[in-house]
Design a protein. Structure first.
Length: 178
């Protein structure tokens, strides 16, 4: 119907899940002028489930800890992660190739496919708490707003102030699933 991806990403009525929306928000805003709306950040949902924390879990740790993949799923996951990592090395310009190589499409799909499953897992643990979902939405909106400021400084794995300082969880091995 002629609706662009920008229109979808900026529509607050269309629900969209991201895991750590900051990086995507920075790139979309500064490169394409996209102002994300209608976003729920699953990394913030994880903090609500986990309780107050000093550090945010990464996507890999969240998939590993909450989705309990079987042996075959673990193998597929690792093969796709390794394929993308090996193809790029540290040369991020390979993401600019068009058409995007299959190995990178698979690498991206490998993360994306688990997003709905993580959302359901976290949402089920909210036990219909409107307050918890409100906190997620407020913190997600703040993260996106902050990421679009000219002086934005990425805070890495540090948790938002609303979640400090009780939990000592930090997984430095988040680069490897198993």
């Amino acid at each position: 119907d002629g609706i662009s991806l920008k229109v979808i990403l900026e529509d607050p009525k269309i629900f969209k899940c991201f895991f750590n929306a900051r990086d995507d928000s920075v790139a979309l805003f500064h490169q394409y002028g996209v102002k994300l709306e209608g976003i729920v950040d699953l990394q913030i949902m994880e903090l609500v489930v986990c309780g107050p924390c000093n550090y945010c879990k990464g996507l890999v740790s969240s998939i590993k800890d909450y989705l309990h993949l079987n042996t075959e799923e673990k193998k597929i996951w690792n093969d796709m992660k390794d394929g993308g990592a090996n193809y790029c090395g540290k040369d991020y310009s390979k993401w600019e190739e068009r058409p995007l190589p299959t190995v990178l499409l698979d690498y991206d799909a490998n993360d994306t496919i688990f997003i709905p499953h993580l959302y359901v897992y976290f949402f089920d643990r909210f036990q219909n708490s409107v307050g918890k979902m409100h906190l997620v939405m407020v913190e997600t909106t703040r993260r996106i707003h902050d990421s679009q400021q000219p002086d934005f400084q990425y805070s890495g794995a540090s948790a938002p102030s609303a979640f400090l300082p009780y939990c000592n969880y930090y997984d430095s091995s988040d680069d490897d699933l198993y």
